[in-house]
Design a protein around this ligand. Structure first.
Ligand SMILES: CC(C)(COP(=O)(O)OP(=O)(O)OC[C@H]1O[C@@H](n2cnc3c(N)ncnc32)[C@H](O)[C@@H]1OP(=O)(O)O)[C@@H](O)C(=O)NCCC(=O)NCCS
Length: 304
């Protein structure tokens, strides 16, 4: 994908979902700058389907070390059912192969035979439901947690190394550095760092604002993880508390975060903390195991 393709790719992204969901394209995905943001974070993970110079579809892959996922995959509705998504998927798989992605995944509509059939063809199989959780933020008592944007440029590489160390305990080789830097570099939000005895115990990557993947009035927790161990649940609650404080500080009336029901401890904890599911999608994974999600993992990895 080239920078000049972004405008049309973004238009197709909005119109494709609106057509599929039967909603107004003007308000569909309102405020969510996914196309521009994902291109900005990693242009090497952005692909466009082009016919006669015209963009007709696109897809975006995220390279999180040993783990990768893709989306939004969209095709211009005037060109549906002509095999364009399949071509985009072939190229998507080639990128994952080039990156040596060990665990490739996606989030999609749980009730769509069309989507399941398409992705199964490429080796992705449905796993657990992901709940898209919401909460009206009100508690700002956790506002003292450290934030990535407060670190100097000299301090940031060490923080990224600490984040890699934490993520490695969840899944060997998991690395969300590219996402942390993408958020910081594009003013898409903030990364929260929770420490105890100077060790990084938790991290949350939050999107908000007009350049972000969050909706108009939301703080969107794209990734959060608490270090496994006896304090994991406490750290997870502190992380979500810090996200809530960030939402309150920025005058946002909603927090959203997709949590897998496979990480059942985290799902239950979020319900206890006042989050409610708005709807469910399904996590699809290529290969065995469950990658980032395990029943004892306190993680939010929202793959929308
Ligand atoms: C989903 C979407 C990308 C598919 O694009 P497309 O170019 O029309 O898809 P293709 O023509 O390549 O078809 C791919 C496969 O989808 C499946 N499929 C398509 N229509 C189907 C239907 N009505 N029933 C069952 N399977 C269907 C088939 O497996 C098909 O392969 P086949 O024709 O060889 O059987 C497109 O409909 C879209 O943009 N939808 C809105 C956004 C969206 O839902 N994105 C995905 C979010 S995870």
């Amino acid at each position: 994908m080239a920078a000049e393709d972004l405008r049309e790719a973004d238009r197709i992204f909005r119109v494709a979902f609106a057509t599929y969901l039967g909603v107004d394209p003007q308000t569909s995905m309102s405020g969510r700058a996914m196309v521009r943001g994902r291109f900005g974070t990693d242009p090497s993970g952005a692909i466009a389907a082009v016919d006669g110079g015209e963009v007709i579809g696109s897809n975006f892959m995220a390279n999180w070390g040993s783990f990768g996922f893709f989306g939004p995959l969209t095709v211009n509705p005037t060109r549906w059912k002509q095999g364009i998504a399949k071509r985009l998927m072939e190229e998507t798989m080639a990128r994952f192969d080039a990156w040596r992605t060990k665990h490739a995944a996606l989030f999609t509509f749980a009730d769509s035979a069309q989507h399941q059939t398409l992705y199964q063809r490429f080796g992705f199989w449905p796993r657990f439901l992901t709940g898209i959780m919401h909460k009206v933020p009100s508690d700002s008592s956790m506002r003292s947690s450290a934030r990535y944007s407060q670190l100097t440029r000299d301090q940031q590489p060490a923080a990224l190394a600490e984040a890699r160390d934490l993520c490695n305990e969840l899944l060997e080789g998991l690395d969300v550095s590219i996402e942390i830097e993408g958020i910081a570099g594009q003013s898409q939000g903030e990364t929260i760092l929770i420490r105890s005895d100077s060790r990084l115990e938790g991290i949350a990557l939050c999107h908000f604002g007009s350049e972000s993947e969050a909706g108009d009035k939301s703080l969107y927790v794209k990734f959060a993880a608490a270090r496994p161990g006896p304090n994991v649940e406490k750290t997870f609650a502190e992380l979500l508390g810090a996200c809530e404080a960030l939402a309150v500080d920025n005058g946002l009336p909603d927090i959203e975060a997709g949590v897998s029901t496979e990480t059942v401890g985290a799902y239950k904890a979020m319900i206890r903390l006042g989050f409610k599911p708005a709807y469910f999608g399904v996590f699809m994974l290529r290969g065995g195991g469950s990658a980032v999600y395990r029943p004892d993992a306190y993680v939010v990895a929202d793959l929308r």
